[in-house]
Ligand binder design. Structure first.
Ligand SMILES: Cc1cc2nc3c(=O)[nH]c(=O)nc-3n(C[C@H](O)[C@H](O)[C@H](O)COP(=O)(O)OP(=O)(O)OC[C@H]3O[C@@H](n4cnc5c(N)ncnc54)[C@H](O)[C@@H]3O)c2cc1C
Length: 469
């Protein structure tokens, strides 16, 4: 193999793949080095794809057991958990082949090497015992879920998202640590499958990255489904006692023992920078070990760029990793920093049912941005579609600039909010005002009418409007 390349990409996930596709368009001689997760990285193998597949299976099962309509009764729903995992793994294998392996095979300027890469100098990495020279680099090495340092955690054992998506035995009592997207999605997924789920939350609310009204409503719905949520709870230690796993927690001024069968870590992830030799390249890291980059994904070393979960950037998503990979490659190969993402216009979602979906600025962020705002919140028990479907769970909060009425944030809790939020993103991107939304005609009856209802709440009393708006 040749050892000199125009571009070396380290990683094999969303960020690296987007970079490789763009580098191929530039006809740059490119080496992509990946190891750890299979081709495709987190999203397809152990993240978005398998997780969303299982959430859909769980929702289907749960809705069959809990129909919204009194006329429907399904006497016995049969469910095979091990088979659900087999089907999930099969789906992953198919997508990995079609969306990654087949795509890579068609990138004629890109060479793929399965190996761990480590910098030995600013232009050189060592992988598979060989040295490779790169004019330029894009680092897309991702992140890993690490267990919090709680005494006894290794003794009782734990699942990260990786093991939880492969294990074929349904846990009877599942303890989940965390309150963010991974903790929430896995808690509901296992609850829908039939586990007794308890979430242990350090703070006083779930999912802090949305509006308080939304996280409060989500908490209520999860509790209604039978998930036990312990807030303001500190983990003290774990132990094995006569073969039983026990967690000791501290809440409301006292310690309590909680027996459980499996523990799932749903707290944050740490950038995979430990074995990358960044010191040898002179690349600076932030305190949390993520790679420091400027708005154009350039590190402290001008010819080295970093993207995705490993970079110190505002969002850690498949979409952002991919677009950052594309933009970083255009910037680094073009020799000019021109392309960057406006993260305020990137939607993020927690794929529970109903889902939480946010785009733009939160009410609490407007002060720090120097924006004077006003907000409108509407609950879905006012929405015709929700009333028709006999499921009125949901809420929407719209944040608008006070002087101009321009909409700067839309925050949703709704069935399939992951679909509705794309519409909200276009509203923000087009810089629409409250009245632009009110004067647009949406389909009746739809859940996406909720966006229009939120806009109307600025002008009229929602409790008194008809279906014809
Ligand atoms: C359970 C879960 C669900 C998620 N769901 C969603 C979702 O629905 N929507 C969404 O947008 N995002 C979702 N995400 C987030 C999304 O998956 C990630 O943000 C995205 O995949 C990160 O891509 P990446 O390219 O930065 O890293 P990765 O995809 O993790 O790829 C990094 C690759 O680099 C390899 N590597 C590391 N170090 C080295 C080295 N030294 N040499 C060679 N290779 C190395 C790693 O092993 C890995 O293969 C989810 C994440 C999780 C965990």
């Amino acid at each position: 193999m040749d050892h000199r390349f125009d571009l070396i990409i380290i990683g094999g996930g969303a960020g690296a793949f987007a970079a490789a596709i763009k580098a191929n368009e530039f006809q740059a001689k490119t080496l992509m080095i990946n190891v750890g997760l299979p081709l495709g990285g987190t999203c397809v193998n152990v993240g978005c794809v398998p997780c969303k597949h299982l959430l859909a299976v769980g929702r289907y099962k749960y809705q069959a057991q809990h129909p919204s309509f009194s006329s429907v009764k399904i006497p016995q729903v049969q469910f095979d958990f091990a088979r659900a995992i087999d089907e999930e793994l099969q789906t992953v294998a198919e997508l990995r082949q079609e969306k990654y392996a087949d795509v890579l095979a068609n990138l004629e300027h890109v060479t793929y090497l399965e190996a761990r890469a480590r910098f030995v100098s600013p232009h050189e990495v060592k992988a598979s015992g060989q040295h490779f020279y790169g004019d330029r680099f894009v680092l897309a090495v991702g992140s890993t879920a690490l267990p919090p340092p709680i005494p006894g955690i290794a003794e009782v054992g734990y699942f990260t998202h990786i093991e939880a998506l492969r294990n074929k035995e349904l846990p009877r009592r599942l303890l989940v640590i965390g309150a963010g997207p991974v903790a929430l999605e896995f808690s509901q997924l296992f609850r829908h499958f039939g586990s007794d789920v308890m979430m242990l939350v350090r703070g006083d609310r779930l999912h802090k990255k949305t509006e308080p009204e939304i996280s409060e409503a989500l908490e209520e719905y999860l509790r209604e489904e039978g998930i036990v949520i312990q807030k303001q709870t500190q983990m003290r230690r774990f132990r094995l006692e006569r073969g039983e796993k026990i967690a000791t927690v501290h809440s409301e001024g006292e310690e309590r023992d909680l027996p459980f069968d499996e523990l799932l870590i749903g707290t944050g992830k740490t950038a995979n920078t430990e074995a990358l030799g960044l010191e040898a390249a002179g690349v600076e890291m932030a305190e949390n070990r993520a790679i420091r980059v400027n708005s154009w994904y350039q590190t402290s070393v001008p010819h080295i760029y970093a993207v995705g979960d490993a970079a110190d950037l505002p969002k850690r998503l498949e979409t952002t990793a991919g677009k950052e990979g594309t933009f970083a490659t255009i910037n680094v190969l073009g020799g000019v920093n021109r392309h960057k993402i406006n993260y305020d216009l990137v939607p993020s979602v927690v794929f529970t049912y109903p889902a939480v979906a946010d785009v733009g600025i939160l009410d609490e962020q407007t002060g720090e941005r120097g924006i004077r705002c006003h907000c409108g919140t509407v609950y879905f028990n006012k929405l015709p579609k929700s009333l028709i479907m006999k499921d009125t769970r949901g809420a929407i909060k719209m944040v608008a600039e006070h002087n101009t009425d321009r909409i700067v944030g839309i925050h949703l809790l709704a069935p399939y909010a992951e679909e509705l939020i794309n519409q909200a993103m276009y509203i923000l991107r087009a810089r629409m005002t409250i009245d632009d939304v009110i004067d647009s005609l949406t389909v009746f009856p739809t859940l996406s009418e909720s966006i229009k209802y939120a806009a109307l709440s600025f002008r009229t009393d929602i409790d008194r409007i008809s279906c014809c708006i």
